[in-house]
Design a protein around this ligand. Structure first.
Ligand code: B12
Ligand code: SF4
Length: 439
């Protein structure tokens, strides 16, 4: 079958979409003809409606040229709006079927199938094998009831088939089909991404990782080294970016991986996202294996808030890990969230003061405003966390992914509580962004 996978245009253009690469690789291996359309918004004039609309138009033209029988679209909080394009594809490509998947859609299949008649199917969770089964079922006109992980319509209602089992052995997956896009269209240091694991063993209340991937599963060190060797040979990357939710989960495995990188003479520069509390030996191993950029999820500078969000770290641990990492020579970015549950203006200000301290030590600071993503403990228990959504259901997902919401400007808060007024929040955000490096 001819399948075209789309990553909708978006203003934040760091990297290609690894999830689509994996889905495409499994389909290609089974003999299907697959295209990926992912058009970065490259324009010297920057983020304007004109550049956005022009990129949407290029996407539509390019998809039409591939003459798909099935269109698959990925959707996260920031690309949800893309679903609306499917309506247009249904009109210009009569008879095509459409499927959506990704970390946002996974938790809201009913919302999506009830509100968007142009979406035929939703693939929930890990997408590779559910998609493969769907393609076969469409080709052979089989009943969809037996495809685990699929949501679809039947008799005017939505049917959510049981969840698909997660992929026990990630080593069995083919390499992501990076060859289906022109990687040169992405910035040189972010175009090569790689996942050495899926999931996360922790359960922070604002994050959907443990619901999305269900169990933390590492790939074998051998397979990761093999893929790194392939990436080096094929692309000579300026930098390889590990996109694991939490990179250094098993200490021994991480050390084995780092030593393997050195012993194989890979000589790569790489980045990773991880938690604090790694210890000097591990940080040094990582540095010696080529790690130069680390992102730490710090979340708050207030210990009681860190406990509320069940992050399992303390401000002392944050400070000592950041200090060690900087001493070793790593570039460190610390990410914080403003407006976390039960945060008062005083507690939020502690985050700003703490972040300033880390910045003075040499770290870069990134600020986020809390959003309640579907699949998170907060979203599932709004009252318990004293969180009110400012929009409901589809409206919330639309606002969250609205291209204007994603522009470089103070984000409109998507949730509120009765401990910080809107005016206070705006003031806090202004204070935060005056010292933070990215937001
Ligand atoms: C790399 C990354 C980024 C990169 C690049 C994104 C990209 N091009 O992929 C950048 C830095 C740009 C980024 C930014 C943000 N990100 Co981000 N990011 C990630 C990260 C770490 C890895 C993505 C990845 O490659 N995963 C591995 C692949 C294999 O998984 P996948 O993409 O989910 O695909 C699988 C399934 O979802 C499914 N699937 C996906 N699409 C499709 C389509 C079809 C048709 C089918 C059948 C299946 C399918 O099958 C795939 C294979 O199993 C994820 C966390 C994670 N580990 O997934 C967060 C994540 C996607 N990001 C997230 C968030 C919140 C953000 C930000 C909004 C953060 C912020 N507050 O600023 C920003 C966006 C900001 C903005 N202003 O636009 C959330 C999204 C939550 C949600 N509800 O959508 C995630 C899930 C992190 C989390 N656990 O909360 N991100
Ligand atoms: S925020 Fe990080 S540590 Fe917490 S559950 Fe998500 S991925 Fe794991």
């Amino acid at each position: 079958m001819r399948v075209t996978l789309i990553n909708p245009p978006r203003f934040l253009e760091f990297a290609p979409n690894l999830g689509l690469f994996y889905v495409a690789a499994v389909l290609e291996k089974a003999g299907h003809e697959v295209a990926i359309v992912d058009k970065p918004i490259n324009s010297p004039v920057g983020k304007t409606w004109e550049t956005f609309n022009a990129t949407v138009k290029q996407t539509i033209d390019e998809v039409a040229k591939t003459k798909p029988e099935l269109i698959g679209m990925t959707a996260t909080c920031h690309t949800f709006y893309g679903i609306e394009l499917l309506d247009l594809f249904k009109r210009i490509l009569p008879g095509i079927k459409t499927v959506v998947g990704g970390p946002q859609i996974t938790f809201i299949p009913d919302d999506v199938l009830s509100n968007y008649p142009s979406v035929d199917y939703v693939v929930r969770g890990e997408g590779e094998y559910t998609m493969l089964k769907l393609v076969k079922a469409i080709e052979e006109n089989q009943d969809l009831g037996g495809i685990n992980g699929l949501s679809h319509r039947r008799d005017g209602g939505v049917v959510n088939n049981p969840d698909a089992p997660f992929i026990e052995n990630l080593d069995e997956l083919p390499y992501p089909a990076r060859h289906l896009v022109n990687l040169e269209q992405y910035p040189e240091d972010t175009r090569i991404t790689l996942a050495s694991s899926r999931g996360c063993p922790h359960h922070c209340i604002f994050c959907s990782s443990s619901q999305m991937w269900r169990r933390y599963r590492p790939r074998s060190v051998e397979k990761v080294l093999e893929e790194l060797t392939f990436l080096k040979r094929e692309y000579s990357p300026k930098r390889v970016n590990f996109v694991d939710d939490t990179f250094a989960v098993g200490r021994d495995r991480t050390i084995n991986l780092c030593q393997g990188i050195r012993q194989n003479g890979l000589d790569l520069v790489w980045s990773a996202m991880t938690r604090v509390g790694l210890g000097r030996e591990l940080l040094e191993e990582m540095y010696n294996a080529g790690c130069r950029v680390l992102y730490f999820g710090c979340e708050s500078g207030d210990d009681s808030t860190l406990r509320t969000v069940t992050k399992g770290i303390t401000t002392n641990q944050i400070e000592s890990t950041v200090k060690m990492a900087l001493e070793i020579g790593l570039q460190v970015t610390c990410s914080f969230v403003i407006n976390l549950p039960f945060e008062t203006p005083e507690r939020a200000r502690r985050t700003i003061v703490f972040a300033k301290k880390l910045k003075n030590m040499g770290a870069l600071i990134q600020a986020h405003m809390l959003a309640a993503y579907p699949g998170t403990e907060i979203y599932n228990n709004l009252d318990k966390y004293n969180v009110r959504l400012k929009h409901q259901g589809i409206e919330l997902w639309k606002v969250m992914s609205h291209p204007l919401y994603l522009e470089d400007r103070p984000p409109t808060p998507l949730v509120s509580n009765n401990l910080i007024s809107e005016q206070e929040l705006a003031k806090l955000w202004a204070e935060a962004t005056s010292v933070f490096d990215y937001y």
